[in-house]
Ligand binder design. Sequence first.
Ligand code: UDP
Length: 452
Amino acid sequence: MEREKFIPMKDGTSYSKRKGFTPLHVPPLKEYAKIVGEEPIKKLEEVSERLSGMQMLELSSTPLGGGVAEMLHSSVPFLNSIGIDDEWKVIKGSKEFFEITKTLHHLLHGKKGKLTAEDEKIYFSAIKENVALDIIDYEPDVVFVHDPQPLALARELKKGEEKWIWRCHIDIDEVALRRNPRLWDFITYWAEAFDAAIFTAAHFVISQWPLPKFIIPPFIDPLSEKNREMSEDEIQKELEKEDIVIEKPILAQISRFDHWKDPEGVVSIYKKVKEKEECQLILAGGFATDDPEGERVYKELKETTRDDKDIHILCECSASCINAIQRASSVIIQNSIKEGFGLTVTEAMWKGKPVVARPVGGIALQIRDGYTGFLINGEEEAVKRILHLLRDPKRRDVMGKRARRYVKEHFLLPVRIVDYLLAADFINRMKGIPEESIVSFHPWFKISKRVW
Ligand code: UDP
């Protein structure tokens, strides 16, 4: 089934062998071995054999749109294909609930403000509704809760022996969080009910929470429709569908329409580049059901760019169209002001593209400045780097090759998913893990400094 047509069951179940609902598929393991090599696959098989029979459940807030859904679409069927019983369920929430969780998201990104007592009440009553709907109707061994939207479920639902792990995908900062005591109290109260938390990078870890923490970055699926190899012919056909000619150099940013991704800044960078070099800009974005602001941002962008025929604002493109845009681009831009990880950066790097990005959040984990891409501090530097890349195809090629190699080593599904399994197993089996523990299966701390 194509992801774009993916519809969960009425109760939010997105994948469950128990219920006979398995609409997502991945290729067999041997196909992945051709990409990552036999060694990582052997390690994966050893771990999955040892954990065979473990029941895991993923709880998230949207079946489509954004990095979490992107990962779960691949990782859930992948885990099932290697003998780990992983289910996925999407929580229910009204527009009002998602407006509040979006505010929570803004606050966690450091925006000034607070959740009012009324907001907190609405948030909690939506969580209660999910509890009443029996969101968990069996007894999994490990429950993964993704991002802040379903956070409160652990305190409400944790009962028996099962372990709850919060997977925080967002750009979160302990110092900034501390500056907002009300927010700190709110989020800490819910987080403390978990048995462990997973953060994308060392600099996101909330060290004062009394629970073991893991550092595990996300991954992309190299064989998904979004990332599979494509012929030149296919790329061209996909772009023709959007009335884009590939002869003129393409700059692109692929991202949900969200001010945190600063698409307005991308337009401004493009205009300055275009004064010196002929090029076109693609801003391809989509909406997630848990992000009520997307449509407004999209409409504003459409309106402010309508006089320039070389700016293409594309909405809700298919995965193969996104794949084709990334492959057809000369330079990929990621101008985010905050970024949990930025799977779009990983996807572009995997396609051998140089990415020019702000050094925020998880981007600093991926781009080694001047080596696998460029980290930019401000518009002027962005314009300079993009012009340099547009004028030097050889540099683009060399940088792109290094970027692809870096992703292959660190951020591909069969390699990184082992860390999730080890974390689940660790928490599931071990008793009395010191709450100060910070566990990393790779020396990420060496390369994950905040850069700004
Ligand atoms: N994406 C997409 N279509 C779009 C825009 C984004 O399929 O029009 C995908 C993108 O390819 C990536 C994910 O959505 O896989 C975004 O993940 P990322 O970590 O970059 O950002 P998030 O949206 O989670 O903040």
